[in-house]
Design a protein around this ligand. Structure first.
Ligand SMILES: [Ca+2]
Ligand SMILES: [Ca+2]
Length: 173
């Protein structure tokens, strides 16, 4: 995981450097820029390897417990999830202990990204954010819990594509 963060950071640094150099050397782009672009190519091929880590992902937002979005009134509870560019929101349940069992089949995705889950209390005007967390995924079926104002229980299943293996569906040996 560390290496992916590092290469992502390197790419970001390089992109920022190019941005700076383009500004600074707008009239005379020099060899430095070419070398930097080659560096980006190399880092980019590392990222391409990560993109080969593919798996089928389904997420179940199971339930939340002990929410307190509206004091003595019941919480207008909704859960939201993001994975890459995929977004889903549950229906609203008026309860401090809502059970959604909302099943989202996300299809084949890159496996190295974090799953983000939030629970909100809907209000007239500004909604209240009660719980927010991100979770990196590993192969198999797992349940995890996030705490905040109450707790949310999330289940997911990640199945590696053929030829991929390991905890995050790496290229096989
Ligand atoms: Ca509220
Ligand atoms: Ca409310």
């Amino acid at each position: 995981m560390q290496s992916y963060l590092t290469s992502g950071f390197l790419l970001l640094s390089l992109v920022l450097q190019i941005g700076n150099r383009c500004d600074a050397a707008a009239f005379a782009p020099g060899d430095d820029l070419v070398e930097t672009l080659q560096g980006v190519e190399m880092v980019h091929s590392d990222l391409s390897t990560q993109k080969n880590m593919m798996g089928s992902l389904s997420v179940i937002i199971v339930r939340a417990l002990g929410l307190n979005g509206d004091g003595l009134m019941k919480t207008n509870a909704v859960a939201r999830m993001w994975y890459s560019s995929i977004y889903h929101e549950t229906n609203e349940i008026k309860s401090d202990n809502p059970t959604w069992n909302a099943v989202y089949n996300l299809g084949v995705v890159e496996t190295h990204l974090p799953l983000k889950v939030e629970v909100w209390d809907k209000d007239v005007g500004k909604d209240d954010l009660l719980i927010s967390c991100t979770q990196y995924l590993t192969q198999g079926t797992h349940t995890f819990t996030c705490s905040g104002n109450g707790q949310v229980e999330v289940k997911y299943s990640l199945i590696c594509e053929p030829g991929l293996t390991g905890s995050q569906c790496e290229v096989g040996k």
